[in-house]
Ligand binder design. Sequence first.
Ligand code: DGL
Length: 276
Amino acid sequence: MKKDSPIGIFDSGVGGLTVVKEIINLLPREDIIYLGDTARVPYGIRSAETVTRYAIENTEFLLSKNIKALVVACNTVSAVGLDELRKRIEIPVIGVLEPGARAAVRTTRNGVVGVIGTEATISSSSYKRTIQELAPQITVYGKACPLFVPLVEEGWTEGEIVQSIVDKYMEEMRRLNIDTLVLGCTHYPLLRKAIQRSLGERVSLIDSAVETASTLRTLLLEEGLAREYNILPGRLFYVTDAPERFKRIGRKFIGDILKEVEKVSVPLKDSVVLDT
Ligand code: DGL
């Protein structure tokens, strides 16, 4: 029965576990299959075409596991490849960008919103476009913070060095009078404290992972796809390379929910033609 099928989630690597954590909080009865494309991470520095091709390949792998809905936990894929995925598959697809954008619109009081993310996410302007489609009067400023991902993966989320790097990236945002900042990358919720300290309590931080889990819950309930009973929910974790490293770093994100991690290959495609 479709209701009892798992939810498929993928990310370029370990960061999407922030989304898994929130989904488990809100939907504890669901089975989850997660794929981290650790062989090809990072996505945030690649072209839209390459990221979209990777996303299609990851999706094909998850579809082979009979998933009932797909969550694209990666902000970069959500920013550049979501429309293409939606065109290709029939099950519901949720990205992290739209839920995050909606929350920013709900939250801002002065109509000035900041978005931080990878270079690919920020240069796509997708957050800005989505926020302004919902509320054209809102001003949106974007800032790429390429050092944040390696910091988090190294386990550096607090302390003097982290704070000074965060302060440096936030300098511009502090001057721009934003009252809301979207954490537009899987890894950034782990830097939440340092970012908040840098911007002050006046600025509300939007965690796309939390918003995405709540959007998924609404969708599953509306479509009659939410699981009603499950004594022992299954959580399977696959990666395309280095499962031990994934396990070690992943535990910083979700603790010992992460047990077995299996290495797999995704079906490769030569190229993907994108509509422009
Ligand atoms: N998962 C990516 C994102 O949310 C960050 C890591 C990467 O660049 O692949 O944008």
